[in-house]
Design a protein around this ligand. Structure first.
Ligand code: BEZ
Length: 254
């Protein structure tokens, strides 16, 4: 899961990703001084929120570009470059936290990631996370998929958006007990008149690798935005049809 991010644009125009994550930090029930890992910490904005709550935090991310921003903004926090599906910590932590990360991890690599989290947690340690759930951005992906096929291309869905049932089973089979789970709609306002196209440019990159011609890529993106105007553009603003899965689990004994 190593994505090349336009880190400055991500930080400037998509700050809602971490702003919405603020309330997720409240699910961690631990004393000040407890050791917390922020898995897929990105630019470190939520790692800082956890730090300010008094936790002893460490942030891990695969992206050098985002970690450079995190290190510059929050020099007192420890950040490490590592892949979520293949990392290990010297000492186990009291809680693992993750916001808006796991949908980037292939369905068949989720077990590897959960194995690393299990190893990184103390027994009874808390695992609190949120990511894109079943049906996330369905209107956007359906529109893109339709236009891809009209142009003779196959749209390969680049994300994993599971149901609560599917992810609970995965957790239980990986040594966790599920304590809390919710799937909810969260229509999300996008920035600017080109909000949806900017969102596609930022987040939907790999499906376009099959479209070699730059003009055709532009055409497909514009056609998708045009076709979604009736549903996702309201009172001069674009909205993305986000659906979140939010869960809390605890690590059971080996
Ligand atoms: C999400 O946070 O759900 C998400 C963000 C970008 C692309 C896909 C999903």
């Amino acid at each position: 899961m190593n994505i090349k991010w336009d880190a400055d644009k991500y930080t400037a125009d998509f700050s809602f990703v971490h702003q919405y994550g603020n309330s997720l930090t409240e699910l961690i029930d631990a004393d000040k001084g407890c050791r917390v890992l922020d898995l897929g910490c990105g630019n470190g904005a939520l790692t800082k929120v956890l730090h300010d709550k008094g936790f002893d935090v460490i942030g891990i991310d695969a992206s050098r570009e985002l970690l450079d921003i995190a290190g510059k903004n929050y020099p007192d926090i420890e950040f490490i470059q590592a892949d979520a599906v293949n990392f290990s910590l010297g000492e186990p932590v009291d809680a693992v936290f993750s916001n808006a990360v796991f949908h980037w991890i292939d369905k068949y690599k989720q077990r590897d990631m959960l194995k690393c989290v299990h190893k990184a947690l103390k027994e009874n340690g808390q695992f609190v996370f949120e990511f894109g759930g079943y049906g996330n951005n369905a209107l956007i992906h359906e529109a893109l998929s339709k236009i891809f096929s009209e142009h003779g291309y196959c749209y390969k869905m680049p994300f994993y958006f599971p149901t609560i049932g599917e992810y609970s089973a995965l957790l239980e089979n990986s040594g966790f007990r599920v304590k809390y789970a919710v799937l909810f709609d969260r229509p999300t306002e996008l920035k600017g008149e080109n909000g949806l196209k900017d969102w596609i440019n930022m987040f939907v990159k790999t499906p376009f690798s099959v479209v070699e011609n730059a003009e055709e890529r532009e055409f497909i993106k514009n056609a998708a935005c045009d076709s979604l105007k009736n549903t996702l553009y309201k009172d001069g603003k674009w909205y993305a049809d986000y659906v979140r899965i939010r869960m809390k689990a605890v690590r059971t004994a080996d």
